[in-house]
Write a protein that binds this ligand. Structure first.
Ligand code: HEM
Length: 197
């Protein structure tokens, strides 16, 4: 097992979030690979179900007024509409809208960190999706890079989150939120893939 040293308290908030969720990330990353979502369109359809559940559950956070005051433009970052569009492209029926995550504003920052960060790893997923004949105009819209580019887009988000002033309790809540978000993603993966191997 790799032991990741925690960064000093003065490290930026997102660096602390990264260090605190390193293990969760690796576990989710390995589970996604093990689920072989890019082996066929049938398996990719299941992966879209996972994305639908996860991104759909966060819509309320992306639309939240207070969070949008803290992170201007947040409402435009949700990828749920793109996931829905991807499902339509592939003529997949959409399940009922997922239950929205209800958490404190500080926990929400952790959930958003997890969701926005997933767009970095999506660079790989996007390439794999292209082997299935899918791209940013059909079936894999939600995995496509932001027009600004993934790195710039991520840096802007990180800068916004790092600048916020939080109490010590809220810092802990943000980390708890990020861990809960990875846990939630893991359960969506299990629910969708394990149930029907
Ligand atoms: C096969 C699946 C995945 C792969 C291969 C992958 C790979 C990566 C890679 C390479 C990075 C670092 C990119 C960089 O620093 O430029 C990254 C970052 C990140 N990924 Fe993943 N990822 C995967 C799935 C996920 C999922 C499902 C989530 C969330 C539900 C997630 C959340 C994050 C977060 C939050 C970061 C940002 C870490 C930071 O720099 O603070 N990833 N991922």
């Amino acid at each position: 097992m790799t032991v990741v040293p925690l960064p000093p308290a003065e490290a930026s908030r997102c660096k602390r979030l990264k260090a605190s969720t390193h293990r969760e990330h690796d576990s989710v990353d390995q589970l996604v690979v093990a689920a072989r979502p890019f082996e066929s369109r049938e398996r990719y359809a299941r992966f879209l179900q996972v994305q639908y559940q996860f991104h759909g559950s966060l819509v309320g956070l992306y639309q939240d007024e207070q969070l949008n005051r803290q992170l201007p433009g947040l409402h435009g970052l949700s990828r749920f509409a793109a996931v829905q569009q991807d499902m339509q492209d592939l003529l997949l029926q959409q399940p009922p809208l997922p239950t929205r995550v209800r958490v404190s504003p500080a926990q929400a920052l952790g959930w958003l960190y997890c969701c926005e960060g997933s767009n970095l790893g999506a660079a790989f997923l996007f390439k794999w999706a292209q082997h299935l004949g899918l791209d940013g105009t059909c079936g894999a819209r939600h995995l496509a890079a932001h027009p600004q580019g993934r790195a710039l887009h991520w840096q802007a988000f990180v800068a916004g989150v790092d600048e916020l002033s939080l109490t010590q309790l809220q810092e802990t809540e943000a980390i708890d939120g990020a861990i809960a978000a990875f846990d939630a993603y893991r359960s969506h993966l299990h629910n969708v893939f394990d149930a029907r191997h």
